[in-house]
Structure formats: C-alpha cells, structure tokens
Design a protein around this ligand. Structure first.
Ligand code: P1T
Length: 407
C-alpha cells in the first residue's frame, strides 16, 4: 500500500477468487505481521522514524498515511472492486475532496433527490464560488441529456436516493455523462458495496458516508472515496493530505470492526425492510410507500437488475399529511426519532424538518408528510407492531390485527 491508496488486498489468498462475504472479514485485515494479532492494531503514532531523511518504512506522518487507515482503505477498496481508496473524517469531507477538483466555470449535475448536506455543499459552498449546478431527474434520460453541457465535469447521483428511495440506472447515466467527458460520482451509502458496485457498472468514483452501514453501530463518523483511475487517485491523495480531513486511527478501527459483519447485518436489514414495506403497503393509515423492492415501485426493474437486494431504508407518507407524520414519528417506541441511518437500531425521522432542512424551497424540496425509516436488525414483528401502534395513535387507524388485540 502506498499513499495513493493502491489496493493490495493484504491477504495470502492471491490464487483464490474470494466471495464478498469472505472479503468483508479478511480484505485489508490480515493478521498483524509483527505480533500475529488477529485484529488490526490501532496505530496511534503521529509520526514514524526514518533511518535517513526520506528513508521510511512506508509511513512518515499520520495525516499523510497511517497503518490502521491503510487497512481500512484496502478493505473498502476491495469491497468496491476499486484500485484506490481514501478514508475521510466524514461523508461530507469525502464529497468535498471530489468537488474540490472543480474550478469556477465548471458545471455539476445532481439528482432531484439527495442528502440535504450534499445539496448544501454543491450549491452553497461551491455554487457561491462560481461552480454552476443543475438538479435534474436522473432516472429520466431526456432530462439528463438536456442538462449536460461541454463544461459539465461531474455528475453526482445517489441510488437509492435519500429520502425518497428513487433508483437511478448507473450504467445509463455513465454512458451519457462520458459523452461530454464528465465523471460520474455515485453515493453508495444506502446500498453499500454488498448490494451494488457502481464502479463495475461504469461509474468513475464511489463515495460513502461510512457513518452509516459500513460502521453500522451509530458510534463513528466517517467517509470514503473509491476510484480506479490513477490520475483521479493521485489528485485525491493530494487533497486528502493537503486538506487533512482524515479519520482518527480509532475511527478506522471501529469501521474495520463494523465491516466484518456488513453482510450479515445487511441481510437482516433487507429482510426487515421488506417485511415493514409490505406491512405498510397494506396499512389503512398509509397513503404511499417508497421501497425499491416493491413490484409497483417506479424503478423496481432497474433496482432488480443493478442491486443484489433492496436495502434497509423505507419511506412512506401517512394519510393526514404533515400533522399525521409528526404525530407518527413522535409516537414510536422501538424506532427512535433521530437523524442518521444504517445502524443496528431502527430510526425514524421527518426529512423535511430534520435531515433535509437545507433543501427547503429548492428543486429538491421534500414533502413534509414523508417519514423515513432506517429499519434495524430487531425482530420484524416488533417493528411492525411499533409502527402500527404509532400510526393508530396518530391517525386513529390501526390494522385489523391491532383492533383484534385491543378487543
Ligand atoms: O454525515 P456524513 O458522514 O458527513 O455523511 C453525509 C452523507 C452523505 N451521503 C448520504 C447519502 C448521506 O445520507 C449522508 C448523511 N446523511 C444523514 C445524516 C441522514 O440522516 O440522512
């Protein structure tokens, strides 16, 4: 591993084609060469001794590169089938490293649905410095074609999107963007590399808020960028070191620990989300459910083609609009009312007033009646019962089952 994040899987399995479930446990996480420790050591050292100026054993200063961070970078790069990977102190810092490559006069295209912080970074930080932006429906090829310009440098997409869970065809966007030599950046936070590999589908860069499913336990904030192109990697290595938004070795350790259980957690998240989405779809108090796994979802076919499963996020709109939504999110007992997502415990929130406040009165504005669920790994029947009692309190409409329990 050099400080361009070159991917070396760090294992003695060169002659084996490892399946994803094996990679999450082992890639980048080989036993420590000096001690045989089975888990990656937390290297707290800020600096590394040199035998003569410039004569290092691979590391010189921990902002530039650190052995625990290098393990994390090898791990996530392997999972994303990427040649290079860079860990950052947050998802926003990771996004910033890519957007930082643009200069005034450049143009960026983003989707009509995205994390509020991404919209804020593109429009308020970069937009106000002379970088033009357009927000369009990326699931519609005509809208994308109309938005692309000769000066478009980057096309940013989330799929599934935050918070309406729209699915975008990554390969189709990559084909169109490459015609004007723009790079395609896919925020893979919701899907994780277990469910979807954007680089394999033609994207140029993958970003993660590793705060979410990669960490998985609501105890670490982090970000990641994975790429294949050597020039892009060199530029990212430069920004990572020069701007210095790197994660601590302890944060890297927590992420490495979380990644080992990524597949078992994701399978349970998906099982529970499917059960919750089906339950809500049949619920009398619910007007609309957004989950890519439902056959009636607008982009279900694309999701079935490009994803292994449909993820752990479910959004829905109850009858009764914003008032009912606020009452519902305030009445759940297992689903905790909080921002963030992707951890073992179930969370519920109202995006319009919480995670997506910064898109108010913009083309990305979110329906205040929309509720977003991050479905955890608890028992699915308990989760359904919790939503049922909350919807019952909020709207006066519970399922027949619940009426039955009451009588
Ligand atoms: O919070 P941070 O690690 O900086 O990541 C930002 C980010 C980037 N991309 C997506 C798709 C995200 O969802 C996020 C953060 N999102 C939340 C905190 C949230 O509750 O939606």
């Amino acid at each position: 591993m050099d400080n361009t994040g070159m991917n070396d899987a760090g294992m003695n399995f060169e002659d084996m084609e490892l399946k994803f479930e094996t990679q999450v446990v082992h890639a980048g996480q080989a036993p420590d060469e000096t001690t045989g420790a089975i888990t990656v050591p937390i290297h707290l050292a800020t600096t590394f001794v040199q035998s003569a100026p410039g004569q290092t054993r691979g590391y010189e200063y921990s902002r530039t590169s650190n052995p625990t961070r290098a393990s994390l970078e090898r791990s996530v790069s392997a999972l994303e089938s990427a040649r290079h990977g860079f860990a950052f102190a947050s998802g926003m810092a990771a996004e910033n490293a890519l957007l930082n490559m643009m200069v005034p006069g450049d143009h960026v295209v983003m989707g009509l649905d995205a994390y509020g912080g991404t919209f804020r970074l593109i429009t308020r930080v970069y937009g106000e410095r002379g970088i033009a932006w357009s927000a369009v429906d990326l699931s519609n090829p005509d809208s994308l074609a109309a938005a692309l310009r000769p000066e478009t440098r980057q096309v940013w997409l989330e799929t599934p999107t935050n918070p309406t869970l729209t699915v975008v065809d990554i390969a189709a966007v990559a084909d169109a963007a490459h015609q004007v030599d723009a790079i395609v950046v896919v925020d893979n936070t919701f899907a994780t590399p277990y469910l979807q590999n954007p680089l394999v589908l033609g994207a140029d860069a993958v970003v993660h808020s590793s705060t979410k499913y990669l960490g998985g336990h609501s105890d670490v904030v982090g970000g990641f960028v994975a790429v294949n192109d050597d020039d892009l990697a060199e530029r990212l290595a430069f920004v990572q070191n020069a701007a210095g938004a790197v994660p601590s070795p302890f944060d890297c350790y927590l992420l490495l620990r979380g990644i080992k259980t990524l597949t078992v957690r994701m399978d349970r998240h998906c099982d529970n989300a499917e059960a919750v989405a089906e339950f809500l779809s049949a619920h009398p108090a619910v007007k609309r459910v957004c989950y890519p796994g439902i056959a009636s979802h607008l982009n279900h076919q694309v999701a079935a083609r490009q994803m292994r499963r449909f993820g752990g996020m479910v959004s829905f709109v109850p009858h009764g609009g914003e008032v009912a939504a606020v009452a519902t999110v305030s009445a759940t007992k297992i689903f905790q009312l909080a921002e963030s997502l992707g951890a073992v415990e179930s969370l519920i929130e109202q995006p319009a007033t919480m995670t997506h406040q910064s898109v108010a009165e913009s083309p990305l504005e979110v329906d205040p009646g929309l509720i977003r669920l991050s479905v955890g790994i608890e028992n699915a029947d308990d989760l359904k019962a919790d939503l049922d009692q909350a919807l019952g309190q909020a709207t006066g409409q519970a399922t027949k089952n619940r009426e039955h329990h009451r009588s």
